[in-house]
Design a protein around this ligand. Structure first.
Ligand code: MN3
Length: 200
């Protein structure tokens, strides 16, 4: 069964001025769609064809690195659009997740700094993450299309730090993009929903 490109959960200009319609048009319609198209071509007629996306990501990481590049990035972006919303970001975080950020990550301000620092220090393309491993929250970073799934953790928030995600709006200023993401874009309700699924 071929996978399909999910529509953006908001209008292309909804995240303006923190992420422009031009960025979302290229990032969603071109980049995300390209990962999807190549992945669908590669899984057609193979054992991967009827597997769940998470299983394709985990299996291909060890067995088929070329497929993993596409499947990992397809998976990451399916969530990335939902990890943002108009009027998002900041400290207003649903209760159970807020408590876990306090107990596991030293509170909101430390988590915010550590998350942005992970994104800033990821050399080259990649992602920074909030993930749940063995029931506890952690902040991590990965290169290219890798994600916490392949390291035995569940990603609940990720920020794409490939240049295609910020170069139109921020040029080379990755730290400004990360700050806008955390302070103005994060959809904490969706992050909390994923957190609830992992910890329930
Ligand atoms: Mn991307």
């Amino acid at each position: 069964m071929a996978f399909e490109l999910p529509e953006l959960p908001y209008a292309y200009d909804a995240l303006d001025p923190y992420m422009s319609a031009e960025t979302l048009e290229y990032h969603h319609d071109k980049h995300h769609n390209a990962y999807l198209t190549v992945m669908n071509d590669m899984i057609g007629g193979t054992d991967y064809e009827n597997m769940a996306l998470e299983d394709i990501v985990k299996k291909s990481f060890s067995d088929n690195p070329k497929l993993f590049n596409q499947a990992g990035q397809f998976y990451n972006h399916v969530h990335f659009w939902n990890w943002m919303k108009p009027g998002g970001g900041g400290k207003s975080i649903p209760g159970a997740l807020e408590k876990a950020i306090d107990s596991d990550l030293g509170g909101y301000d430390k988590m915010r700094n550590d998350f942005m620092d992970a994104g800033k220090t990821q050399f080259g393309s990649g992602w920074c993450w909030l993930a749940v491993k063995d029931g506890k929250l952690e902040v991590t970073k990965t290169p290219n299309g890798e994600n916490p799934l392949v390291h035995g953790a569940m990603p609940i928030l990720g920020c794409d730090v490939w240049e295609h995600s910020y170069y139109i709006d921020y040029r080379n200023a990755r730290p400004k993009y990360l700050e806008a993401f955390v302070d103005n874009l994060v959809n904490w309700e969706y992050v909390a929903e994923l957190y609830g699924q992992v910890t329930s």
